[in-house]
Write a protein that binds this ligand. Structure first.
Ligand SMILES: [Zn+2]
Length: 145
């Protein structure tokens, strides 16, 4: 736990809360209530600039997903090169009544992912920069659904 606290979240404009209870920071339009992630200076729906930061829900449903099986070509995925690459899941999480968030998934086994399954926000080390944390979503354990 102490080790986690000492790590740095990758961007305080994107991830709020604490290392133990992180929150994604989106924005909400005061005029039409459209929610965005990441934060935007103006509303993509009505163009109002009366938008405010909003902590998003930490649980949602897996809307769609895939497994990234090869290193992204650009920018370079890891300082150590492709030898360090491990396949990972990536998907969209539908936060109820808010927005769909594109995120890395902690699960990379296609047999353990299905559309509509409950997912929860978590933090993971940044590939190639293990002293930094970024956000990801993990399946909610069966017992907590
Ligand atoms: Zn708006």
């Amino acid at each position: 736990m102490t080790e986690t606290r000492q790590r740095l979240m990758i961007d305080p404009e994107v991830i709020g809360g604490t290392a133990q209870a992180p929150r994604l920071i989106g924005s909400v339009c005061a005029r039409c209530a459209t929610v965005t992630f990441p934060r935007q200076r103006s509303c993509p729906r009505c163009t109002s600039e009366d938008v405010h930061p909003r902590e998003l829900a930490t649980r949602g449903e897996l809307w769609s997903w895939t497994i990234q099986c090869f290193p992204p070509k650009a920018p370079p995925y890891l300082p150590g090169g492709v030898e360090e690459f491990e396949p990972y899941g990536v998907g969209y999480i539908e936060l109820p009544g808010e927005v769909r968030v594109e995120a890395r998934l902690t699960e990379s086994d296609p047999e353990r992912l299905r559309i509509g399954m409950p997912m929860e926000l978590t933090l993971v080390p940044v590939p190639g920069a293990p002293d930094k944390l970024t956000f990801a979503f993990e399946p909610v354990p069966e017992a907590e659904r």
